[in-house]
Write a protein that binds this ligand. Structure first.
Ligand SMILES: NC(=O)c1ccc[n+]([C@@H]2O[C@H](COP(=O)([O-])OP(=O)(O)OC[C@H]3O[C@@H](n4cnc5c(N)ncnc54)[C@H](OP(=O)(O)O)[C@@H]3O)[C@@H](O)[C@H]2O)c1
Length: 272
C-alpha cells in the first residue's frame, strides 16, 4: 500500500514542525506498514497512542480539532515521518465528512476512537444531581458517543479496505452498570451516560461489522495520569505508557470472539 498522497495532503504548512516535514516534499508513509487513525491525538491518551504506534513503525493519521495548538503532537510528527496531522472535530459532522472525503479509497488498518470529554474535575456541579447543567448534555453526547459513531460510519469503508480490520473506542469504567459506574462514585452524570451510550453504539456496530470480518471492541484504559491530572494523587493511577502499551497489546491480540466486548488495558473483561 502506498499512502504518499494521503501524507502530501495531510501536511500542515503553517507550523515550524510541519515545515520540517514538508521540507522533504511529503511525510512519506511506509508502503508496507499498517495504518492507524486516531482521534484526539494532541494530548493525553491519544498522544501516547501516536507516540507508541509511530515508534512501532506504523503509519499514523493523528487527528486533532486544533492542529495549530497541537505543539506536542507537532514535535512527534517532526521526529517521525510516518505521522501526519489532520484536523478533525468528532462532534462536528461536517468536519468528519470533510476528512472522510479526503481519505476516500485509502485503507486504514486500525481506527481508534479516543477523543472524549470528562468535564471539569474542579467543578463537579454541572454533572451533580440537583445542580445538573442540562445545557452540557449535547456536548457530552456528541463528543463521547455520537461522534465516535459518526467517525466509525464515515471511515468504515477505509477499514474494510485495510488488512487489520479493527475498530476500537476508548470507554471508561464510568460507563459500565456492571462496574457500578466507576466504582459507585456518584455524580459525573453526563460522562457516565455518554460512555454508556458509546458502549451501546459500539456493541451495535460490532454486530454489523462482523459480516465484513471487522472486529469492533471497547477499550477501558484504567485511571491514567494524563496532563490534566498532573501530580494529583488518585487510587490506582497508572502512567500513560503502561495503559496505552497494554491497550496496544490487547488490540494486537483481538479475535472475532472479542467483538462487542469491553476489554481493560490489562486484558481483563469489563462488564457492561
Ligand atoms: N485518563 C483517564 O484516566 C481515562 C479513564 C477512562 C477513560 N478515558 C477516556 O480516554 C479518552 C482520552 O482521555 P484523556 O484522558 O486522554 O483526556 P484528555 O487528556 O482530556 O484528552 C482528550 C482528547 O480528546 C480531544 N477532544 C475533545 N473533544 C473533541 C472533539 N470534539 N473532537 C476531537 N477531539 C476532541 C481533546 O482535544 P482538545 O485538546 O482539542 O480538547 C484531547 O485530545 C477519552 O475518551 C476519555 O473518556 C480516560
Amino acid at each position: 500500500m502506498t499512502d504518499t498522497s494521503i501524507t502530501r495532503r495531510g501536511v500542515i504548512a503553517a507550523t515550524a514542525a510541519a515545515a520540517a516535514i514538508s521540507a522533504t516534499g511529503t511525510a512519506a508513509f511506509a508502503a508496507d506498514a499498517q495504518t492507524v487513525f486516531i482521534t484526539g491525538s494532541n494530548r493525553g491518551i491519544g498522544l501516547e497512542f501516536v507516540k507508541q504506534y509511530a515508534g512501532k513503525g506504523w503509519n499514523v493519521i493523528a487527528t486533532t480539532r486544533s492542529p495549530d495548538k497541537a505543539d506536542e503532537l507537532k514535535k512527534v510528527a517532526a521526529a517521525h515521518k510516518n505521522v501526519v496531522i489532520e484536523q478533525l472535530d468528532v462532534a462536528n459532522n461536517a468536519s468528519v465528512d470533510a476528512l472522510a472525503a479526503k481519505y476516500k479509497g485509502k485503507p486504514i488498518d486500525l481506527l481508534i476512537n479516543n477523543a472524549g470529554i470528562t468535564g471539569d474535575f474542579m467543578n463537579p456541579k454541572p454533572q451533580t444531581f440537583g445542580t445538573l447543567d442540562h445545557n452540557d448534555v449535547d456536548n457530552f453526547m456528541h463528543t463521547n458517543a455520537l461522534g465516535p459513531l459518526k467517525v466509525t460510519e464515515a471511515f468504515y469503508e477505509n477499514v474494510k479496505l485495510g488488512k487489520g480490520k479493527k475498530i476500537v473506542a476508548v470507554t471508561s469504567l464510568a460507563g459500565s452498570f456492571g462496574a457500578k459506574f466507576g466504582g459507585g462514585i456518584p455524580g459525573g452524570y453526563w460522562y457516565k451516560i455518554s460512555k454508556a451510550a458509546l458502549n451501546a453504539a459500539m456493541v451495535n456496530v460490532s454486530m454489523d461489522a462482523a459480516k465484513d470480518g471487522i472486529i469492533v471492541t471497547l477499550l477501558s484504559p484504567g485511571t491514567v495520569r494524563v496532563e490534566k491530572i498532573g501530580n494529583a494523587k488518585m487510587p490506582g493511577l497508572i502512567e500513560p505508557v503502561e495503559s496505552i502499551g497494554g491497550m496496544i497489546k490487547v488490540i494486537d491480540g483481538l479475535q472475532p470472539s472479542d467483538a462487542g466486548q469491553i476489554i481493560r488495558y490489562n486484558g481483563e473483561r469489563q462488564p457492561y
